[in-house]
Design a protein around this ligand. Structure first.
Ligand SMILES: Nc1ncnc2c1ncn2[C@@H]1O[C@H](COP(=O)(O)OP(=O)(O)O)[C@@H](O)[C@H]1O
Ligand SMILES: [Mg+2]
Length: 341
């Protein structure tokens, strides 16, 4: 998950040449410390509808290289109906230690555009459509890429990573305590390995006619991993920005009980609230688990581990620390009436 702002930073010459020969739009620059510019070519004498991803730091460049490899590797999988929803690798231009990735454009509008429209997330039908669209795409992705069932070791990995990154942080002991409970609940279960997007949130999904028509930004992708990672990431990010357009201290319209006060209130509300929204989020997680042959009741543990994963992997230190503190503030267990959504 990244935060975006417009930018007019100069581009390296390989990208510049392509852009000069075309018309297009500079879409965004992520504000995280490993920012990239994305330029989408809409017309011109170049190779047509392609997206250029231009890193601005060495670490961003490595991430873009990893994305290029992932896009190539994904094509070797039997993607079935998802083929046209995933960008194709076109080229990478390397100069002065920086790699510019060129990939095809996938159709649709980022789900984030709808999400941030006035009162979109206050409307049950709109929220249901977003969650259902993401769930449908994920299920096909899992089916097309699934391997053997293996012991569910995701919580253990995340716990180790969180402990390694946040050694000495005041919130660490409580955060590890939450993860230990989740780890215990998840232990003993098995799940099929699948390919993993790694940053499956509504800003990286494009929608068209009510379906997910594109999934972009495969920097953190893996050919084999735990499918619960994408499930959790989508649910958590969908809750996180609910208060984005609300003034500090004020109530979030359409969401009784939710106020914009401290970081992550939307996540707490989405997981533990009593509204239709919270029920929809819990059902998204529980139904995903059921689809993977796991008990629905593990939804809360999956959400806690998902928070831990963001704390462990976020590029932005503050964003990671905020997730660590949020995890530490979460109750170890949900109230009993929420346990079986
Ligand atoms: N292949 C693509 N097809 C269509 N739009 C794209 C594509 N790649 C990027 N975009 C647009 O550029 C934006 C940023 O791209 P993304 O790969 O998510 O970069 P970042 O790593 O900075 O988040 C997306 O939100 C989307 O609007
Ligand atoms: Mg992105």
């Amino acid at each position: 998950m990244t935060r975006h702002a417009g930018s007019d930073t100069a581009l390296p010459s390989a990208a510049d040449a392509l852009i000069t020969a075309s018309r297009g739009v500079l879409l965004s620059m992520s504000k995280d410390p490993d920012a990239k510019l994305t330029y989408v070519v809409t017309s011109g004498s170049g190779p047509g509808r392609v997206a250029l991803k231009v890193p601005t730091t060495p670490r961003a460049s490595s991430a873009v290289e990893a994305e290029g490899r992932m896009l190539v590797d994904l094509r070797r999988l039997p993607l079935g109906a998802l083929r046209d929803t995933i960008p194709r690798y076109v080229a990478s231009h390397r100069e002065c230690g920086t790699t510019v990735l060129v990939s095809t454009v996938v159709p649709g509008v980022p789900m984030s555009v709808g999400y941030h429209r006035w009162l979109h997330t206050a409307r049950p039908a709109a929220v249901d459509a977003d969650l259902a669209g993401a769930a449908r795409w994920l299920r096909v992705f899992w089916r097309q890429t699934e391997g053997a069932r293996v012991p569910l070791g995701w919580a253990t990995t995340v716990r180790d990573d969180v402990a390694g990154r946040w050694d000495g942080h005041a919130a660490l002991p409580a955060a590890l305590g939450r993860l230990a409970v989740a780890q215990e609940e998840l232990a003993g279960h098995t799940v099929a390995t699948t390919a993993v997007h790694g940053d499956f949130w509504f800003g990286n999904t494009l929608v068209s006619h009510g379906e997910v028509s594109g999934v972009i930004d495969w920097e953190a992708g893996a050919l084999q991993g735990c499918p619960l990672r994408d499930l959790a990431r989508f649910a958590l990010s969908y809750c996180l920005y609910l208060d984005r357009h609300t003034q500090d201290g004020h109530r979030v319209l359409g969401h009784p009980g939710l106020r914009r006060t401290s970081f992550g209130n939307g996540v707490r509300y989405g997981l533990l609230g009593t509204s239709w929204f919270s029920a929809a989020v819990r059902d998204f997680l529980a139904s995903g688990l059921e689809h993977l042959g796991l008990p629905r009741g593990l939804w809360y543990d999956v959400a806690l581990v998902g928070l831990g994963e963001i704390a462990a992997t976020a590029n932005d230190e503050t964003f990671g620390a905020e997730h660590l503190a949020l995890l530490a503030r979460m109750p170890a267990r949900p109230r009993s009436e929420q346990r079986q959504p």
